[in-house]
Ligand binder design. Structure first.
Ligand SMILES: *[C@@H]1O[C@H](CO)[C@@H](O)[C@H](O)[C@H]1NC(C)=O
Ligand SMILES: *[C@@H]1O[C@H](CO)[C@@H](O)[C@H](O)[C@H]1NC(C)=O
Ligand SMILES: *[C@@H]1O[C@H](CO)[C@@H](O)[C@H](O)[C@H]1NC(C)=O
Ligand SMILES: *[C@@H]1O[C@H](CO)[C@@H](O)[C@H](O)[C@H]1NC(C)=O
Ligand SMILES: *[C@@H]1O[C@H](CO)[C@@H](O)[C@H](O)[C@H]1NC(C)=O
Length: 353
């Protein structure tokens, strides 16, 4: 009896999974190679992520749906899943531990949603993740805890969010990261320590933020950096030391479309940066001044030689004045001496009278 019951159970379970799989593959998703690849892009009718995906699944496309939330353990038992795409799916919230058990996942794409916050448990279980895309969301801050389990991460794309706050050490766990894309966000300053531990980082893209202040040690730890993009920010002035601290074999730096205050000092800083062999200022020719008003929208290169003229003139004037004074002093001293000797002599003659 027990044996029959067992058989019956096995039979029931088996038919249940196959029939669910059949529904998913026949009705909602396009399946390939059995059910290793499933494409459910724009085809899920409900507001919930299906919970009956087969455990042999490796690639899953769930984009262009309407889920609003990714709940805790949304994908139980998908031990083999490598690629998960859930872009443009109206997601507002990702619950902590949503991706727990996706230990083989290498690529996660969540672009084009409405995610505001990455919770402390966002990265829980994502120990193999190499590529994370969170562009075109509503993120406002990045915290260490939300990214702490992403130890294998190589590329992260946060473009087009509203990030204004990056916690010091937010990227501390990302020791394998090679590309950090943060363009079109709301970052206003780069503080010492925010990029510490990113020893393998090659590409740092900060285009289109509101960066006006850069701490001079902030790039010091980036020993593999090959590309630094600071285009379209509000930088007025830079320090030579900040860039001298980039100690790599070669780094390309892009800095056009900032609010450069063109003065002799800026011209000298750029001159010095350009003389460092390992640094390449690719768009130097295209840098334009924002201030002072008389130089507005002129290219830095074209006013380059004039910027220090005022200073040179001042130096010349000072030198000239000093020289005159010195000469005058010498002449006076000489005259005094002569006068004194003359007097002396005349005194002597007076005596001889
Ligand atoms: C899934 O199908 C859509 C068209 O229905 C296609 O645009 C998309 O590229 C497919 N996804 C993958 C991962 O092949
Ligand atoms: C998505 O679902 C929400 C309810 O969960 C609904 O209000 C909204 O109209 C849906 N949007 C689309 C584009 O289907
Ligand atoms: C980042 O993601 C956006 C899509 O939202 C894409 O257009 C862009 O090319 C990506 N950037 C990189 C470097 O992959
Ligand atoms: C960017 O930050 C400024 C001030 O910190 C704020 O006024 C502005 O609304 C922010 N922009 C976005 C898109 O969040
Ligand atoms: C400089 O500007 C010119 C004309 O706008 C453009 O063709 C060129 O690609 C720019 N060079 C760089 C390095 O941005």
């Amino acid at each position: 009896l027990l044996y029959t019951l067992g058989l019956l159970l096995v039979h029931v379970c088996f038919t249940r999974t196959t029939s669910l799989l059949q529904t998913l593959c026949e009705v909602q998703c396009e399946c390939k190679e059995g059910s290793k690849f499933m494409n459910c892009s724009g085809t899920i009718t409900g507001a919930q992520i299906p919970s009956n995906f087969p455990s042999e699944l490796e690639h899953l496309d769930l984009s262009n749906n309407n889920f609003s939330i990714i709940p805790y353990r949304a994908f139980p038992s998908l031990w083999k899943l490598q690629v998960l795409l859930i872009s443009n799916s109206h997601i507002k919230q990702v619950e902590d531990g949503a991706f727990t058990s996706l230990e083989k996942l290498q690529k996660l794409d969540l672009h084009g949603n409405y995610i505001k916050v990455l919770g402390n448990g966002f990265s829980f279980g994502l120990i193999s993740l190499k590529e994370l895309t969170l562009s075109h969301n509503r993120l406002q801050a990045l915290y260490y805890r939300s990214l702490q389990h992403l130890e294998s991460l190589q590329k992260v794309n946060f473009s087009n969010n509203e990030i204004s706050c990056v916690e010091t050490g937010a990227f501390r766990s990302l020791t394998h990261l090679m590309q950090l894309h943060l363009p079109r966000n709301n970052i206003s300053e780069l503080k010492n320590g925010i990029f510490s531990m990113l020893k393998r980082l090659e590409i740092l893209n900060l285009e289109g933020n509101r960066i006006g202040h850069i701490d001079s040690e902030v790039f010091t730890t980036l020993s593999s950096l090959t590309m630094l993009n600071l285009v379209h920010n509000v930088i007025k002035h830079i320090k030579f030391k900040t860039f001298l601290n980039i100690k790599t074999h070669g780094t390309q730096i892009f800095m056009v479309h900032n609010q450069w205050y063109c003065d002799c000092d800026l011209q000298r800083v750029f001159g010095k940066i350009r003389s460092v062999r390992r640094l390449t200022l690719d768009d130097y020719e295209n840098l334009t001044c924002k201030e002072p008003h008389v130089l507005s929208s002129l290219s830095l290169k074209s006013v380059d030689t004039q910027l220090c003229i005022a200073e040179t003139v001042t130096v010349l004037v000072i030198t000239f004045t000093v020289s005159i004074t010195v000469v005058a002093a010498i002449v006076m001293a000489e005259r005094n001496r002569k006068k004194r000797t003359g007097k002396h002599w005349s005194e002597e003659t007076e005596v001889s009278y």
